[in-house]
Design a protein around this ligand. Structure first.
Ligand SMILES: [Zn+2]
Length: 168
């Protein structure tokens, strides 16, 4: 994680999650991981969504280790289930490695793993079938980015005008 990423983190928490304790400015990467792991599930989800949005908009590049530290127990469990289903479907010959197929939960509940709730779908179509969720996520990201740009613009203007005032 670069220095800028650490600063982005602190900036995010200070401005968007003001009720959280501010991570110390001199924290090293390990310190950030520990800080991330200790957050509540709700805060983990919020922070992860904001970081993903900043990544999507080219403001930062997400760090995998950090993203993983922000996973909730539920995320880890869901991920284990997805891998398990995939392995099972490969064993049954219903899915092949690299065939672009996904195992889909018909009712949208990753914890309902009855065979009747699982189906093999085309990966691309599968992504589209979940597009209604993506749409909400995109709208939230757009709103967040607007707020982010407003804030960073004001902060940038403030520091440059302070510099200008010092110069004169
Ligand atoms: Zn699905």
């Amino acid at each position: 994680m670069s220095r800028t990423d650490v600063q982005t983190w602190i900036y995010l928490i200070k401005n968007f999650m003001p009720r959280l304790p501010t991570p110390h400015g001199n924290l090293r990467f390990e310190g950030f991981l520990a800080y991330a792991r200790k957050l509540s599930d709700r805060n983990k989800n919020m922070l992860r969504r904001m970081l993903a949005c900043l990544d999507m908009n080219g403001v930062i590049r997400q760090n995998n280790q950090l993203t993983y530290a922000l996973w909730t127990d539920r995320d880890r469990k869901a991920n284990r289930i997805r891998s398990k289903n995939r392995r099972l479907f490969i064993q049954m010959g219903l899915v092949k490695v690299g065939d672009g197929k996904h195992v889909h939960h018909k009712d949208g509940n990753v914890f309902n793993n009855k065979r009747s709730n699982l189906s093999v779908v085309d990966g691309k179509k599968h992504k589209k079938s979940h597009a209604s969720n993506n749409h909400v996520a995109n709208q939230t990201c757009k709103a967040f980015m607007a707020q982010w740009r407003r804030l960073t613009r004001t902060a940038g203007a403030r520091t440059s005008s302070a510099r200008a005032a010092k110069r004169s």
